[in-house]
Design a protein around this ligand. Structure first.
Ligand code: F6R
Length: 611
């Protein structure tokens, strides 16, 4: 949430900062700003709206070879020009960009106001600019450290100062920051996406670390109560293709990421399927067979779509390994003083590896002596570093705010884990082999589902007309419905409610009418007859139906009266992911019909790094 970029070197900073901000815009896109240090001190330009609004309004004389920039997702104060970052002290000597939340901002604002400081914005960040500006320490690093010592909360910051015009100082506590090494030029950023076109040699700062970045290199320190202690952080080459951050010929990143799913699914499965013994081969768990055998319960923690796929994962683990398992919203978990049991395996699920609620949930587990593994996409992210082991998702960078390919790989990672947990218990080798064969078939079957995009686009156009929809499913199909509703509301802004099919007649059936369509998940499983009966109940009340099902399901006299989308059959236990993919495509085309900015839905941002 929010993006930071900085440049120092031989080129004009502003164009590079604006390019970097464009690449970071998915992280926050309600306002943006840049500050450069040139001959006449710190120059500032900031604007509500998108980065393109900022660049169109940028003064011609905005020269300077050192600068910082920010794209914002508002927390304190509305999205307007004044609240946009960078923030400065009263003299305009210091400029600060900040990701995260300063928890004691109100107290610090009051203290500054009492001291006669005029606060220009409503933000928490501005206090940092004033505190740094007020310090008389002999280095910028010490001034920043003094200010940070007053602050409670999370931050990734970048600071420039007119009196120290040869450096950018950055610091991190709970919000990611990297330093990128170029040729006689250096970059700072909150995300690799901002700098990957210029350098793939980067250093990731740790929490509690600060760096001085000059045109020729960087030095790092640990911020300690006694002062700054040098650390020896080095930059390493990251193995990433810069093209992974481009939408290419696709009209949106979401479309590109939808179509990447077969290849990315292969990537998460590669080398992890043991066909001979019918099991998963997940070395990164750091758990041997005896430890896997000792697990009595599984608790999955994630937010949003990661929580819903966690529900799919819990049902896989219960079904295949017969271990009691459930998923809980990580954002709620630590607030109820959870009981952490030594023989429970906790699993944190996160694409970004940065979601603060999930990170804090992992820390709560650890604080109470529990063991937590991670299903994480971003290598080296905060959650990946915090957990005791886990499974990297190998989805490649996911830029669209709505998660698709990462979610699919989360599901596949859960499936491999469930088979492995099952095989150290009572899951037979033949069942294990059956499931491994099923998993091997999934990338090709995803391809088949994606081939139905033209049909899905037609159905989506109709669904887009409704103000309100139901997504329904049962047992394995219910988390699918929840994820379907989530994706639909996220990018179409229509009201979409997920319900257990079985619960419909206990209340919400009252809402069914010709105006309220239902998208029903009806796999050919043990519940198919009951599910079809529920479809009749909806149809009898005039409710339009879209049915995501298998070709073998007989819809009786509903055939021809409903929109039917068949997905390929796999093993029953693995059905949910193939039933989920059409829902992603439906949401995408409904949002396209409505003319929305699909990659950057209103009010949202990729990576929720604030509570
Ligand atoms: C929905 C979506 C969000 C994320 C959630 C968790 O499409 O993208 O609901 O799933 O914010 O994010 P991660 O997985 O990064 O922890």
């Amino acid at each position: 949430m929010c993006g930071i970029v900085g440049y120092i070197g031989t080129q004009q900073a502003a164009p590079l900062l604006l390019e970097g901000l464009t690449r970071l815009e998915h992280r926050g896109y309600d306002s943006a700003g840049v500050a450069v240090v040139g001959g006449s001190g710190v120059k500032l330009a900031k604007k509500a709206g998108r980065v393109r609004d900022l660049s169109e309004g940028l003064p011609k004389r905005f020269g300077g070879k050192i600068g910082i920039g920010h794209t914002r997702w508002a927390t304190h104060g509305p999205a307007n020009d004044v609240n946009a970052h960078p923030h400065t002290d009263e003299a305009g000597q210091v400029a600060v960009v900040h990701n995260g939340i300063i928890d004691n901002a109100s107290a610090l604002r009051a203290e500054l106001a009492d001291a006669g400081v005029t606060l220009a914005s409503d933000t928490d960040t501005e206090v940092l600019a004033h505190l740094i500006g007020a310090s008389s320490a002999n280095t910028l690093e010490k001034r920043v450290a003094e200010a940070l010592a007053r602050v409670e909360g999370t931050y990734g910051i970048a600071v420039v100062h007119a009196d120290f015009a040869d450096r950018i100082v950055v610091a991190r506590n709970g919000s990611p920051l990297i330093v990128g090494v170029g040729d006689h030029e250096m970059y700072v950023a909150s995300d690799l996406a901002a700098v990957v076109r210029y350098t793939t040699t980067v250093a990731h700062l740790d929490d509690g670390e600060m760096a001085t970045v000059t045109a020729s290199g960087f030095t790092t320190y640990r911020i300690e109560s006694t002062g700054l202690a040098a650390t020896d952080r080095r930059a390493n080459k990251v193995d990433i293709d810069p093209a992974a951050y481009d939408a290419g010929d696709h009209e949106s990143f979401m479309h590109k990421e939808l179509l990447e799913q077969p290849a990315r699914a292969e990537a998460v499965l590669r080398g992890r399927l043991d066909e001979r013994f019918g099991t998963g081969h997940l070395g990164g768990l750091n758990l041997d067979a005896r430890e896997l055998r000792a697990i009595r319960r599984v608790k999955i923690l994630g937010c949003g779509s990661a929580y819903y796929v966690g529900q799919m994962g819990a049902s896989l683990i219960e079904e295949l390994a017969r271990i009691p398992a459930d998923a809980e919203a990580a954002s709620e978990f630590r607030y109820r003083n959870p009981i952490i049991e030594p023989d429970t395996l906790y699993i944190a699920v996160s694409q970004s590896g940065e979601t603060i609620d999930t990170l804090l949930a992992v820390q709560e587990v650890h604080r109470k002596g529990g063991r937590c593994i991670g299903l994480v996409n971003v290598v080296g992210s905060a959650i990946a570093r915090e957990v005791d082991g886990g499974i990297y998702l190998h989805s490649g960078p996911e830029v669209a705010v709505a998660s698709t390919k990462a979610l699919t790989n989360m599901y596949l990672a859960f499936a491999m884990l469930a088979v492995q947990l099952g095989r150290v218990r009572d899951l037979s080798i033949s069942d294990g082999k059956r499931l491994i064969a099923g998993l091997t078939a999934i990338p090709g079957q995803i391809e088949e589902v994606l081939a139905t995009e033209p049909q899905l686009a037609v159905v989506a156009k109709q669904l887009a007309q409704a103000e309100s929809l139901f997504f329904i499913g049962r047992v394995r199909g219910f988390p699918v419905a929840r994820e379907g509703a989530q994706k639909f509301k996220e990018i179409t802004y229509r009201h979409a409610e997920a319900y257990q099919t079985s619960e419909l007649k206990h209340g919400p059936l009252a809402l069914i009418s010709t105006e309220v369509p239902t998208v029903a998940i009806v796999p050919d499983d043990e519940l198919v007859e009951r599910n079809v009966a529920a479809l009749h109940e909806i149809a009898a009340r005039g409710g339009p139906l879209t049915v995501i099902t298998h070709a073998s399901v007989d819809l009786g006299d509903l055939a021809g009266k409903v929109e039917r989308i068949d997905v390929p059959r796999n093993e029953r236990e693995l059905d949910p992911i193939l039933l989920t993919i059409p829902l992603q495509v439906l949401s995408y085309h409904a949002a396209l019909t409505l003319g929305h900015d699909i990659d950057k839905p209103r009010n949202l941002a990729k990576s929720v790094t604030v509570e």
